[in-house]
Every structure is written in structure tokens, then in C-alpha cells.
Design a protein around this ligand. Structure first.
Ligand code: SF4
Ligand code: SF4
Ligand code: FES
Length: 243
């Protein structure tokens, strides 16, 4: 006799997003449902596969009947929910958040290794940020190049904590942490020791891959490191000639 098919206890709910009728599992978040249905919601700290932080607030959406805004990455769907993902109010908040991120550190895209493939840059373009209205802080941060394979440039860090979470939750090394308060927070390796001295880092590179900006990069990828070396040519040519 065939075994009965196990019944899922997860209910399906119906909801509206931007006027579209959608159905979703009740254990899903708004951002998951929107991504499944190709409805764009900007995000920075959210990354599928990592725990949810809900820190950057770029994914804010409006819920009908509620005056406050909700983070789509940390809000579960509910029966009858009506979500607005794009409005003048949301655009205003998102643009302001992106501008603040730019003003907080030293983002000079033209000399950044991530220029052209940076999530912050893409967000700025998507939000129509062509200038920043608040004064820049120009904080002074060192670049840590002590690791033989990777480099951290704190001036490009947006404190999304993706590196901290992937290192802890997926690699299990827990090399990264965040130290300090407010806008003076900084990512650190081990107990604020140089990355190259870390006894916990396995050099897996997962943190570099999930970093949305040019803060964590592979060594040898900056424009300055791409200088071509042609000194080998006369040596080889002379040796070949001498044969
Ligand atoms: S991290 Fe992104 S936004 Fe910042 S300077 Fe580099 S390319 Fe520009
Ligand atoms: S180093 Fe990259 S991944 Fe880590 S917090 Fe900064 S921006 Fe996010
Ligand atoms: S993506 Fe939702 S708060 Fe950052």
C-alpha cells in the first residue's frame, strides 16, 4: 500500500503587491515573495542564504492601513496583506539612505576596484542619486592589506554585516565582527588584529564574494596593481638570440 503523502502544515496566504494578486507561503517574507514575482525592492544587508539583519532599511515598503513603514526583508506575509513597494515617500527615504551611505565614508567610484559592479553604485543609480545633499564626513580609515589573498578598505564599507554573517553562519570561522558605535562602527578581524595575523580565517573568500561594495576585495585587483611588467621581454629576446 503506498504511503500517504506528508501534508505540509504551512498555509498559503493571498495578498496584493502593487495591485497584483499574489499567493505565498505564510512563512515567507515580503522580499522573498517580491523576488519570486520579479517585483524589484532595493536591499543591501539582505542576502538570500544569510540570517536577516534588517539594518539598512532600504527595503522599506508601505502596508495598507499602517502609518509606519516596514522592512520587507524582515516582515512576514499575512492573509489579505496589501503592500506598496514604490511611492514618492519610499523613493524619498531610499534616496536619503543611499546619500547618507555615500556621505559617511569615502566612496570615490572612479578609483574603486568595484566600479561598475558595485551594489551601492547600482542602488544609487536606481534611486536617481546624482549628488549628495549632506556634507561628507571624510573619515580616516586605514586599508588592511596584511592578508596574502584579500584586502579590506574600510572607507568603502557600508556596515551591512554580510561578511560577519557568512563567516559565522556558513564558514563557521567567526573571524569578522563589528566594533564601535553608530557611524564609527568598523568591521574587525579576530580581536581587531590585522587580517593577515588572524588565526581563525580559513582564506575561503566567502566574505569577499558577499561584500556588496569594494570594501573586501582580492589582492591584485586595484588599478595600481594592474601595472603591466614588460621587463621580461628584452631578457627573453636576448636569450633566444644567443641560442
Ligand atoms: S564601493 Fe561602490 S560606491 Fe563605493 S567607491 Fe566603490 S564603486 Fe563607488
Ligand atoms: S566589509 Fe563589505 S560585507 Fe562587510 S560590512 Fe563592510 S560592506 Fe558589508
Ligand atoms: S535589506 Fe531589509 S533592512 Fe536591509
Amino acid at each position: 500500500m503506498p504511503l500517504p503523502t506528508p501534508q505540509s502544515s504551512v498555509r498559503v496566504v493571498t495578498m496584493k503587491v502593487d495591485g497584483l494578486d499574489l499567493s505565498a507561503r505564510e512563512d515567507e517574507t515580503i522580499i522573498e515573495v517580491c523576488r519570486e514575482n520579479q517585483i524589484p525592492i532595493p536591499s543591501l544587508c539582505y542576502l538570500d542564504g544569510l540570517s536577516i539583519l534588517g539594518g539598512c532599511r532600504l527595503c522599506l515598503v508601505e502596508l495598507e492601513g499602517q502609518s509606519r513603514l516596514f522592512a520587507a526583508c524582515s516582515t512576514r506575509v499575512a492573509e489579505g496583506m496589501r503592500v506598496v513597494t514604490n511611492s514618492e515617500r519610499l523613493q524619498h527615504y531610499r534616496r536619503t539612505i543611499v546619500e547618507l551611505l555615500f556621505a559617511e565614508r569615502n566612496h570615490v567610484c572612479s578609483v574603486c576596484v568595484s566600479n561598475g559592479h558595485c551594489e551601492l553604485q547600482n542602488l544609487a543609480q536606481g534611486c536617481g542619486v546624482n549628488h549628495v545633499r549632506m556634507p561628507y564626513r571624510y573619515p580616516h580609515y586605514e586599508v588592511d592589506s596584511s592578508h596574502e589573498m584579500f584586502r579590506v578598505d574600510h572607507t568603502r564599507c557600508v556596515l551591512c554585516s554580510r561578511c560577519v554573517r557568512v563567516c559565522d553562519e556558513i564558514e563557521g570561522a567567526h573571524t569578522w565582527d563589528i566594533m564601535g558605535r553608530g557611524s564609527d562602527c568598523q568591521v574587525i578581524t579576530d580581536l581587531a588584529r590585522p587580517w593577515g595575523d588572524s588565526s581563525t580565517c580559513t582564506s575561503c573568500g566567502k566574505c569577499v564574494q558577499v561584500c556588496p561594495t569594494g570594501a573586501l576585495v582580492k589582492q591584485g585587483t586595484s588599478a595600481g596593481e594592474m601595472v603591466k611588467d614588460q621587463s621580461f621581454l628584452p631578457i627573453l629576446a636576448r636569450r633566444r638570440h644567443q641560442r
